[in-house]
Design a protein around this ligand. Structure first.
Ligand code: NAD
Length: 403
């Protein structure tokens, strides 16, 4: 069988299949504007998909009151857990069937959004959940699907992917199809301001990783470059503000928009080794996705320094805002240092304590397989490179030399 190079395959998928960005609402009260749109579009029995913490915190009270006043019979599924599993999706599908729901409205981070995407698809499909996993496997239109993104990192509100964890194999399963693009999304500052510091930091660094990986893949396009570069500007400027001043609504909104643009860039251009490795780490140790990415990012940037010198230097000049007379490699190093400084300023640790040496070879094998089959990386890693990165993440030594 002839295999299409990954960069070409991603470009083809993007050109012929990837839909436009969803309609968005942002700022104060954005969640209710989105709910209004859903009701005006004819929804009478939505399933609200969220987690028990967000529901108990009262963040959804206004939404539920609004839907009641509008005469909707909303059902609520609040069983979302971080890194959601197949069992979670099955429970949600059962809730859709029990409530005879006609739409799905997710409120939460990437975990709620991803699980809701697959629920909205599995509930209309003739296929089993396992058969829906993979690329272009959706056989029926999804239930109308709306998203309130309450973290600012995964970009799931604008991607054509969902990630569900398989607890038996310790692997994350990908569901990728243009039909997973939501109809509309909201970034409500009333909800975003309550995101705790460590989550703000981890998810913000996740968004930065999306933008940098999309900016350096071989499948990038002028559109993905523009969105990725804007996302990098917004996150570099506003993530430290959102972290140090949690109630700053402008900073929260700007980081959310940065995450959205980064999501749009990577759903078209793809990702790289930070994600390939972090997915395996999260599947093994349930490490929060953003934190795993944040700790890996500086290491993978160092691995890519020479291969991506021109791209990193371009970003550095954009962020400096004036001419830089130093060499390309020096500018690239300044960009990497800038990412290190940002991570430090928002309290990202230099290591992940849970990593176990006996898992390294499986993690490396699965990470290389994910990258080979999914991403148009700028430079190919070998097994030994991944092991070096895992050792450095485990010990906290950031400086690694790659031969
Ligand atoms: P998350 O959705 O797992 O949420 C983490 C925690 O944050 C939860 O306990 C939640 O209750 C809490 N939380 C969320 N919003 C809050 C708020 N405003 N205030 C207080 N607490 C809040 O975290 P995430 O990083 O957004 O999502 C991670 C998941 O997304 C992973 O499963 C990952 O694989 C997936 N992901 C998907 C895509 C995609 O394109 N579909 C891309 C990247 C990651």
């Amino acid at each position: 069988m002839v295999r299409l190079p990954m960069a070409l395959a991603l470009r083809a998928l993007n050109r012929f299949y990837t839909p436009e960005k969803p309609l968005t609402f942002s700022g104060k009260g954005a969640m209710l504007k989105l709910a209004d749109l859903m009701v005006r579009s004819g929804s009478k029995r939505p399933l609200i998909v969220t987690d028990s913490f967000l529901l108990k915190s009262g963040m959804l009270d206004d939404l539920l009151d609004f839907l009641k006043k509008e005469g909707c019979e909303a059902a609520v599924y609040d069983g979302i857990i971080p890194n959601p599993t197949f069992a979670v999706v099955e429970e949600g599908v059962a809730a859709i069937r029990k409530g005879q729901c006609d739409s799905v409205f997710a409120v939460g981070g990437g975990s709620a959004i991803d699980a809701a995407k697959v629920m909205a698809s599995a509930s209309t499909s003739k296929k089993s959940l396992k058969k829906l996993a993979g690329i272009l496997k959706v056989d029926q239109p999804l239930l109308p699907f709306y998203v309130v993104a309450t973290t600012s990192g995964t970009g799931s509100e604008v991607t054509t992917a969902a990630v569900i964890s398989d607890t038996k194999t310790h692997k994350k399963t990908f569901f990728v199809d243009p039909k997973y693009m939501p109809i509309a999304a909201a970034f409500d500052t009333d909800l975003l301001v309550s995101l705790p510091g460590p989550m703000t930091a981890g998810t913000g660094m996740d968004a930065l990783t999306h933008a940098i990986e999309a900016f350096t893949t071989r499948a990038r396009t002028p559109e993905t470059d523009r969105d990725a570069a804007t996302a990098i500007r917004l996150i570099m400027e506003f993530l430290p503000v959102a972290y140090s001043t949690p109630g700053d609504e402008r900073a929260r909104e700007m980081v959310a928009l940065g995450s959205f643009l980064a999501g749009n860039a990577f759903t078209r251009a793809g990702l790289g080794y930070v994600h390939a490795i972090s997915h395996q780490i999260s599947a093994h140790y349930n490490t929060p996705h953003g934190l795993a990415n944040a700790v890996l990012l500086p290491r993978v940037l160092r691995f890519n320094k020479e291969a991506c010198a021109t791209r990193f230097a371009e970003l550095e000049r954009m962020l400096q805002g004036d001419a830089d007379q130093s060499s390309l490699l020096e500018q690239a190093q300044k960009f990497i240092d800038r990412v290190d400084d940002l991570a430090e300023s928002v309290g990202i640790p230099v290591n992940l304590e849970d990593l176990k040496k006996q898992d390294f070879s499986n993690i490396a094998k699965d990470a290389l397989a994910e990258a080979r089959t999914s991403y148009a990386v700028p430079k190919v890693m070998r097994n030994g490179d991944v092991i070096k990165i895992l050792q450095s993440v485990s010990t906290g030594r950031r400086q690694i030399s790659f031969s």
